[in-house]
Design a binder for this molecule. Structure first.
Ligand SMILES: Cc1cc2nc3c(=O)[nH]c(=O)nc-3n(C[C@H](O)[C@H](O)[C@H](O)COP(=O)(O)O)c2cc1C
Length: 321
């Protein structure tokens, strides 16, 4: 059995965390399945109202008694939802984008463990300074909003400033070999988002799941397109998604899109209603190139843990004295 300091800090059996992806991408069933299998499931609270969040938390608790988490994008935090999660005594709070000090202080006061996802060394140093318990180093291979740096060089840099705290690796990881590689780079586990979208539990549409299975290496593109469409003010930050007719038309032409926003938003809504993958926002990371089956979330946790253990044993056996 593969145990790391992240298992101790988060109270989990396997060092595998499901990313807290926004309301459209996570639900109680996915979170509970990951946690019940010994990983950590995280409910995304971006866009999720307080009453719906409390209902989801109670549903998770009806499905498993294992630890789980909630996720907040701090720059767009719904304060009512945050207060509701504190009142529900959720065991783990995870954060991304924005200064974590106030949120971490309040989560700790409620007895929770805190995770903060970082995309630069400066963000990692700040997270350490405010007492975050677990860091996530997110590489630019990641799906959704992502940072500028490739994981292979960024992860050891975060481990270097983490002051002994567990660091999870995120971005482009989908299997046990990815977990084993992350451990070799100094990580204490992995956080995966895209891999858990291709599950029966995930709430995304059937066409979106099929697009993930069909996508090969290099099938994604990072752009400012989606933040413009959603009306986010997030200069310099890009979103990684599977290439389709929508990204082929607008990625790299964001300046021109400003004059066509309403028209393109209407086209996207029509595509969502028709479940037409060519016009939808198919947020996903570079791991799509290695995902070719829909698998139950619990089976993913177990197989990633078992494969990493096997790979590490095999390589250990090749080392002579
Ligand atoms: C569809 C999607 C939505 C996401 N939403 C959020 C979010 O709301 N909050 C957050 O902290 N990270 C979010 N992320 C980023 C994840 O936390 C994580 O960094 C990423 O999924 C890791 O890369 P991977 O998708 O290649 O596994 C999202 C990622 C995806 C793919």
């Amino acid at each position: 059995m593969l145990r790391t300091p992240a298992c101790e800090t988060l109270g989990i059996a396997h060092p595998i965390v499901q990313a807290g992806m926004a309301r459209e991408y996570t639900n109680a069933e996915l979170v509970a399945a990951v946690s019940a299998a010994g990983g950590l499931g995280i409910l995304g609270c971006l866009g999720r109202p307080a009453d719906e969040t409390v209902a989801a938390i109670r549903r998770i608790r009806s499905l498993t008694d294992r630890p789980f988490g909630v996720n907040f994008v701090l720059l767009r935090r719904n304060r009512e939802t945050f207060a509701a999660c504190l009142a529900e005594r959720v065991p783990v709070f995870s954060f991304f984008r924005g200064d974590p000090e106030e949120a971490v202080t309040r989560a700790h006061a409620a007895g929770a463990v805190t995770i903060h996802q970082v995309t630069t060394v400066a963000e990692a140093e700040r997270a350490v300074a405010v007492g975050v318990d677990v860091l996530v180093a997110q590489g630019c291979e990641a799906g959704g909003h992502m940072g500028p740096l490739p994981l292979l060089s960024f992860l050891p840099a975060v481990v270097g400033v983490a002051g002994g705290r567990p660091v999870l690796a995120a971005g482009g990881i989908s299997d046990g070999r990815g977990l084993a590689a992350a451990l070799c780079l100094g990580a204490a586990g992995v956080l995966m988002g895209t891999r858990f979208l291709a599950t029966p539990e995930s709430p995304i549409s059937p066409a979106y799941k099929r697009a993930i299975l069909a996508a090969g290496p290099g099938a994604t593109v990072a752009s400012g397109l989606f933040d413009l469409l959603w009306g986010f003010e997030w200069p310099g930050v890009r979103v990684r998604a599977i290439r389709n007719a929508l990204t082929d038309r607008w990625a790299g032409r964001e300046d021109e899109l400003a004059d066509h926003l309403e028209e393109v938003r209407a086209e996207c809504e029509r595509a969502d209603r028709k479940d037409d993958p060519e016009g939808m926002a198919l947020l996903a990371g570079e791991s799509v190139g290695r995902i070719d089956a829909i698998q139950p979330a619990g089976a993913i946790v177990r197989s990633v843990a078992a494969e990493a253990e096997r790979v590490l044993r095999e390589w250990g056996a090749r080392v002579s004295a």
